[in-house]
Design a protein around this ligand. Structure first.
Ligand code: SAM
Length: 221
């Protein structure tokens, strides 16, 4: 995919945040199930969890629906997204179980070694300083805590990018609002070797990194 082209600022417009929320509700069911499967495999069904870059909150909402004994704090840099996510949690009757806050990936609102799990989905490509974020995850996780981080990566085959861009542009957004955002996100993502180097330079010790088509997964080992 060539050099990384950082994506523009986070979504601050409320209408745009609502629009992405509607898309996420419609199309994120399978990705949510895949993250849930990972969490199940790690044996996490209660405790304290943090979701970073939560957007409309669809991932933590689906996790709490499956594991109501998990308590989630979810942060996003965009106040508009946080407002939309709160509305979504209330819609699913989960408002009391999930706390949404405006916050930064570089300053997680948790004390040291307090979290059983950290999730971060489709957000890494927004971060200009991934090592600072990884160090924060390491700081807030309990010794045996787990994390699941997923994002695009720039090593994806051109054919896969072409196919998913077609789907995003012409089927999902119908060449309207946000129709370029898939390509922008992929171009702004990190390559596998870039991300491996970030992990090696960070405080994180127990991790595995692998790719699945468009996605790069980084998990606690
Ligand atoms: C592509 S969205 C993903 C949302 C959600 N995780 C999902 O997969 O549906 C990325 C989110 O990360 C947020 N974000 C970007 N930079 C951030 C930062 N430094 N700290 C916290 N959130 C950030 C954006 O506002 C946006 O809502």
């Amino acid at each position: 995919m060539g050099e990384r082209i950082p994506e523009t600022e986070a979504i601050v417009d409320r209408d745009l945040a609502e629009y992405y929320s509607r898309l996420a509700k419609k199309y994120m069911k399978i990705p949510c199930r895949r993250v849930l499967y990972k969490i199940k495999a790690k044996g996490i069904d209660e405790g304290w969890a943090l979701d970073v870059g939560t957007g409309p909150g669809i991932f933590p909402i689906s996790i709490v629906k499956a594991y109501p004994r998990l308590r989630f704090t979810c942060i996003d840099i965009s106040p508009a997204m946080v407002a939309v996510a709160r509305g979504n949690a209330n819609e699913f009757g989960l408002g009391g179980l999930i706390d949404f806050q405006v916050g930064s990936a570089y300053q997680l609102p948790c004390s040291d070694k307090s979290m059983d799990m950290v999730t971060c989905i489709n957000t890494l490509h927004h971060l200009q300083d991934p090592i600072a974020f990884l160090n924060e995850v390491d700081r807030v996780l309990k010794e045996k805590g787990h994390f699941v981080i997923v994002d695009f990566h720039r090593d994806t085959s051109r054919i896969a990018v072409w196919f998913f861009n077609l789907l995003w542009k012409w089927v999902i957004t119908r060449n309207g609002l946000g129709s370029e955002s898939f390509m922008e996100s992929v171009r702004s993502s990190y390559s596998v070797s870039e991300f491996r180097a970030f992990l090696e330079q960070s405080a994180m010790k127990r991790w595995v990194l692998y790719t699945r088509s468009l996605e790069m997964w980084i998990e606690s080992a």
